[in-house]
Design a protein. Structure first.
Lengths: 324, 324
């Protein structure tokens, strides 16, 4: 059985080998550029791991794994335009380095290139694989749409928020694992279970991200503490706090949410104080644990030797305690 | 054998029946909106016609035909953003009615929905159909990229221009016919020939469009005469004129190309005068005829009864003499 780090290394090497036409240069250069910015290649590596766990030939899973990585980077390229983001992994975003039109069109081609790579599977599983890919891709778009809508809305509830993060980030983890499992020879039931494992773990991971933004060790977390608070991001913590707040706490939160150029330090301190009073961290941790439990329950039910499943447990444990 | 107008009516009715989720509304409403703006539904109708000509069941070709129409409208939605176009078929464009982000993301989902529809074919032909769809889709993106680049470049030559219009508009006609033919049971050779027919006819049709912009009867053409001249569009006529111009004609053309707010009437008169002196209309008509001839040569070689092929000849004749 291959280690996750080995699978990530395989993907990193294969991404470098990906061939795109040289003409028109402005269409294909941005694709090479965004793929060269790195990243942990976690989604494609998980696809390979799922294939490996079910006894499949990892080499046969490489093109679909690259499809997932190309697709993921397509969503980043378009999301960066929509979010008006100047930087991606510390480098200039495509729409800034070229222009938004280049970002739109290169992204479109990336989505098609994703399909071309995903189609490099045996005929016997082609339709099943593409059905999963379609569902995953639509889900990510729906999640991005909800994310943008929630930025402008005040009254987002926890259920809506969970739906959004499930679609925007968790279904790709589930879909990658499910596709890898099918290539590896998993039956429908096991493939569905590994999807659930990935999806529920993805939700738990996103909730952990929300918690770490406020309560994480900045050295381990690698991001600015309070970044979500500074940008008024509607995280689990903020939504829960707005739900539980008494009138004076609500007034305080809303005051800060509406100041155009606040003192960010004071804002983070004020938010964190109210979060502490309302114990939203505990709510978030409870929810996170519940989704992690669902993930592990699905994993337990998969018809695989326990030592194979241990790889996914180790991966999940690594994710869930990584930063804190 | 069904008439083109009947096939267009089938598509119009089927487009109205297309179902999309209601949530998130901002993601799916723009798709329903752009599909409701009408259009001649020529591409999907040709797909059905090709299926019909080869003796296939037209009903089985309806989902892939809808895929071509959804894909075409995806390209329109994204092109309108890139071209900053306020109107599409006389109605407000999606990015104007909502905003550019909505246009980007709804367009992305449309491309995926196109794949979902295109996959509704028998397993035996799934991979062939999707390969053609992928090639078509990439071609259209490359064509749009070249079109945008050529707007900013001075030295576009005729060969580059033909490549651009082939990719941007002609490959979809070819691809639609080829997909329909395969669903209808055509062999590889005939499917390739009908692709060539559509592609070469598409180039001829675009060249006719360039000619009609300057020399068309405005009542029949339905567009403002000289619109391409007013917008400095690099058509076959302009490229050929710049190629053939003597120094004084070149200076005159470049003067008009660089005036920020010209008297458009005078500009059209000046351009048309130089076009007439250089006889670029004749060059364009000769090129148009050459591409039409290639289309008809491919059509002649298809292994179908002549009375079946007559439907495509009639269609092509209708296209090529329609406006003048």
């Amino acid at each position: 059985m291959k280690q996750l780090s080995d699978l990530q290394a395989i993907i990193s090497a294969e991404v470098k080998q990906l061939n795109f036409p040289s003409y028109p240069a402005e269409l294909y250069e941005p694709i090479k550029y965004i793929l060269s910015l790195g990243g942990k290649r976690m989604r494609p590596a998980l696809l390979l791991m799922a294939c490996d766990l079910f006894g499949g030939d990892v080499n046969k899973a490489i093109p679909p794994a690259l499809a997932i990585e190309v697709f993921h980077n397509f969503t980043l390229m378009h999301d960066d335009i929509m979010d008006n983001a100047p930087l991606r992994r510390g480098k200039t975003t495509v729409h800034e380095r070229w222009n938004p039109n280049v970002g739109i069109l290169s992204g479109d081609v990336m989505l098609i290139e994703g399909y071309k790579l995903m189609m490099q599977v045996d005929n016997a599983i082609l339709r099943r694989i593409l059905d999963i890919f379609n569902t995953t891709a639509v889900g990510v778009c729906e999640g991005q749409q909800l994310d943008m809508e929630f930025e402008k809305r005040i009254n987002v509830n926890i259920e809506e928020y969970i739906t959004m993060i499930r679609l925007k980030t968790a279904v790709v983890l589930g879909g990658a694992l499910q596709i890898g499992a099918i290539i590896g020879g998993a039956d429908t039931n096991d493939a569905d279970l590994i999807y659930t494992f990935g999806e529920q773990l993805g939700i738990a991971f996103q909730l952990q991200d929300d918690i770490l933004d406020v309560y994480g060790n900045p050295e381990k977390f690698g991001k600015q503490v309070g970044g979500d608070i500074m940008s008024n991001k509607k995280t689990f913590l903020l939504i829960k706090a707005l739900e539980l707040a008494d009138p004076s706490q609500a007034a305080e939160l809303n005051k800060w949410l509406n100041i155009q150029q606040p003192d960010q330090n004071e804002k983070v301190i004020a938010f964190t104080g109210i979060y502490n009073q309302l114990q939203v961290r505990q709510y978030a941790e409870k929810a996170m644990q519940a989704y992690a439990d669902k993930a592990f329950t699905a994993l337990d039910a998969i018809n695989l030797p326990d030592e194979h499943k241990q790889y996914l447990r180790d991966f999940a444990d690594g994710l869930m305690v990584r930063e804190n």
